[in-house]
Design a protein around this ligand. Structure first.
Ligand SMILES: *Cc1c(COP(=O)(O)O)cnc(C)c1O
Length: 388
């Protein structure tokens, strides 16, 4: 028995998206294509991190990234074998997971550096890490303009091995702003500074920095500027077949997630009658309402009321009345003979020849949010059904 509202996750589309991104990165003549860190944080953007991670590994991903140690442990327990980078700040207290599950930490603060060094010494091993540089996001990372003061201790840590240096863009999806270019130049400046610092910090042995990889590009950044490809890129959203708005892309991507349900009841409204909490949708003429068993507890946003649409019988029907916890109502008056059991597409496509499609980008735009939020919020109550 499963509920009628399900998220279908097309793992074949996911793998094709990965390969399409890889081809895109290989298409620039005269340079070694960057490798890919496939980002599967936040339960793989709501798609289910275990199956998604294994599929990406199968498709050839050589590194995955997640938000914290707990997410990394989930990946390892699912059988992921490739290196797993942890993006987030490490809670200074509980680092054992890094060692037990062979995760690669990001070191983004001096205190984290000391904590990981202490823990690595206790475990008697040298652990590889990625160094995060703050070039203008002002969130995590060592400030790009203060590295001579902050880095020597880290670079001299006996049990820490620098594997990569990275930064993260604040405005990669804003083609107008200047911060993106500022950050790119600051990152280059930081790389030069570290290169100059490292031999001294490492006690005179040959510079470790020339062998470390550099990375900066999330989905939007890698689409807009190949100068920020460096040695590795870090796409998330693109893997799931969604181009970050407002950007456009010629990379052939397929949406990985679709969200479907079934009509559970059909109700007639007389003129003047209202539907749902707040009685905000009032029928001016005889109307037909279909009840769909998915609501805000499933991650469907309240703001879809009066703004969103679903597909039923291959046609669009507006979401009317309040989205409630477990159900929502759509106006099917113009659709003719809608019956309980009819398929409802909330995200995805429907119909055979003249199929219609509702994309995550469309839904996000309708309610004033970003596609990331839509997919991440698909609720735990919704079963993910995987097709390979
Ligand atoms: C989430 C994240 C990414 C991926 O971002 P997308 O916009 O989904 O491509 C890359 N790098 C870091 C540090 C992130 O946190």
């Amino acid at each position: 028995m499963i509920r009628s509202t399900v998220a279908r996750i097309d793992l074949d589309a996911l793998k094709r998206n990965f390969l399409a991104i890889r081809s895109h990165l290989a298409a620039e003549p005269g340079r070694t294509p960057p490798s890919i860190i496939a980002v599967v944080k936040a339960n793989a953007y709501g798609h289910g991190s275990e199956r998604v991670a294994l599929a990406l590994e199968q498709a050839g991903a050589t590194m995955l990234a997640c938000a914290d140690i707990e997410e990394g442990i989930v990946l390892r327990r699912a059988g992921v074998r490739v290196p797993v980078l942890v993006f987030g700040a490490l809670s200074v207290s509980d680092l054992d997971g890094l060692f037990e599950y062979a995760l690669t930490p990001t070191i983004s603060t001096p205190s984290a550096a000391r904590a990981v060094q202490t823990a690595a010494a206790r475990h008697g091993i040298t652990i590889g890490y990625h160094l995060k540089i703050d070039t203008g996001m002002n969130r995590l990372g060592f400030r790009y303009d203060n590295l001579r003061r902050t880095l020597p201790e880290l670079l001299g840590s006996a049990n820490l091995r620098l594997e990569a240096i990275y930064t993260h863009f604040a405005t990669a999806d804003d083609p107008e702003g200047s911060l993106f270019d500022d950050q790119r130049l600051r990152f280059d400046q930081a790389l030069a500074t570290i290169d100059a610092l490292a031999p001294a910090a490492a006690g005179g042995v040959s510079s470790p920095v020339r062998s470390v990889r550099r990375h900066a590009g999330n989905s939007a950044a890698l689409l807009r500027d190949s100068r920020v490809w460096y040695d590795v890129v870090r796409p998330g959203l693109l893997l799931y077949g969604i181009v970050p708005p407002p950007l456009a892309s010629t990379v052939p991507l397929t949406p990985v997630m679709s969200l479907t349900s079934r009509v559970v009841a059909v109700k007639g409204l007389r003129p003047g009658e209202a539907v749902g909490y707040g009685a905000r949708f009032r029928a001016s003429a005889p109307a037909t309402i279909a009840v769909v068993p998915a609501g805000y507890a499933d991650g469907l946003d309240l703001r879809l009321e009066g703004r969103g649409q679903v597909l039923i019988r291959g046609r669009r029907a507006p979401i009317v009345g309040a989205v409630s916890m477990d159900m929502m109502t759509v106006d099917v008056t113009s659709l003719g003979d809608v019956q309980p059991g009819d398929e409802v597409v909330v995200v995805g496509r429907q119909g055979d020849e003249s199929w219609q499609q509702i994309g995550v980008r469309e839904m996000a735009a309708a309610i004033g949010t970003i596609p990331y939020e839509i997919v991440c919020r698909v609720g735990a109550r919704i079963e993910r059904q995987y097709s390979a």
